[in-house]
Design a protein around this ligand. Structure first.
Ligand SMILES: NC(=O)c1ccc[n+]([C@@H]2O[C@H](COP(=O)([O-])OP(=O)(O)OC[C@H]3O[C@@H](n4cnc5c(N)ncnc54)[C@H](OP(=O)(O)O)[C@@H]3O)[C@@H](O)[C@H]2O)c1
Length: 303
């Protein structure tokens, strides 16, 4: 039977990868929702709806009209400092919309696949976070994502929450950057960059994150899962690895401590994930950051 899937935030980094991946499979009928015009270059093989998902009535009517089997909710306010500075707007998108979607899923028996973040943790454990560890967000963004998780977990709907870390990849006609593009473009433009030495992450290739959403559907995986690469590295070392992979001059990368940057939102220091549950239950492939970075480079070279 044809499975109908709604993807919210389809103009975003993960949203675009999901539309490309899932609309290439005959089993699925894809309904992509995002703000403004469709920014994907390929507009065939799926339906696009321009919608501000904070418009409750429009969102409810649209979901009822489509009657999906799954909603993959990637839409969010994802700029951590903007969330700190505009907390109400952040809560509307990251919490209130999720509550609305959960209510609709409850009424219509829809499986919700929701994206969350390592920023629900304070980073004091120094990595290896399991799905059972107690969250303690340091930023308003982290708090809003934790609130959305809790709404879902307490709701009794069929749900899967994928927590992920520092996602990178390319996006069609979208000027939001990410760690790999920022380092690559800065050095190519001979711009020195200050990169923190005291924050540690396991970066995630957007294509792998999209594949993990497909694994959720294929394996009917329910509950909370960690999804990232398997290597915990300082962001400074991540930047150096990026420069080396793209054969760029690493001397443009300057080490700095987080406290010197004076950013509006606090960041956790070490947030690495324990991936055992995802590897065994979700069948998540285990990749190092450096091997996926090479795959990303090869893909950019081909395009
Ligand atoms: N990127 C990361 O490093 C990272 C790390 C951990 C977790 N996550 C989580 O993973 C998910 C996907 O992240 P991402 O990097 O793909 O995010 P993204 O690139 O910022 O994409 C989010 C998309 O949601 C859309 N959106 C936001 N508010 C909307 C609204 N009111 N109505 C309709 N669309 C709206 C945005 O539209 P516009 O393009 O018009 O702004 C954007 O296209 C998010 O839930 C995020 O919290 C991301």
């Amino acid at each position: 039977m044809l499975q109908k899937i709604i993807i919210t935030g389809s103009n975003g980094l993960l949203g675009q990868k999901l539309v490309k991946l899932l609309s290439s499979k005959k089993k699925y009928q894809i309904h992509a929702l995002s703000r403004g015009e469709n920014r994907l270059n390929n507009k065939k093989g799926y339906a696009y709806y321009s919608i501000d998902i904070t418009d409750k009535e429009k969102l409810t009517n649209l979901i009822h009209q489509i009657q999906p089997h799954y909603i993959i909710n990637t839409a969010a306010m994802t700029n951590v400092d903007a969330c700190e500075l505009h907390q109400k707007e952040c809560d509307t998108i990251n919490v209130d919309v999720v509550k609305r979607i959960v209510d609709i899923c409850k009424d219509s028996n829809i499986h919700l696949i929701h994206l969350s973040t390592d920023f629900i943790f304070d980073g004091e454990k120094k990595g290896n976070y399991t799905e059972k560890d107690k969250p303690k967000p340091l930023s308003h963004y982290g708090l809003s994502k934790l609130k959305s998780e809790n709404i879902i977990i307490k709701s009794n709907i069929k749900y899967t929450i994928l927590r992920t870390v520092l996602v990178y990849g390319t996006v069609d006609r979208n000027n939001r950057s990410n760690i790999v593009l920022w380092v690559k473009n800065s050095i190519e433009n001979k711009k020195k960059i200050n990169v923190v030495t005291d924050q540690y992450r396991m970066p995630t290739y957007a294509e792998d994150l999209a594949e993990s959403c497909l694994l959720v559907i294929k394996n009917n995986a329910l509950g909370v899962y960690n999804v990232s690469s398997n290597e915990l590295m300082s962001i400074y070392d991540i930047a150096k690895a990026i420069a080396k992979t793209f054969k760029l001059d690493t001397s443009y990368i300057k080490p700095i401590e987080t406290s010197k940057l004076n950013l509006p939102a606090k960041r956790p220091y070490k947030t690495g994930f324990n991936l055992n549950k995802s590897i065994s239950q979700l069948k998540l492939p285990s990749y190092s950051f450096t091997e996926r970075l090479q795959v990303f480079k090869n893909q950019l070279d081909k395009d």
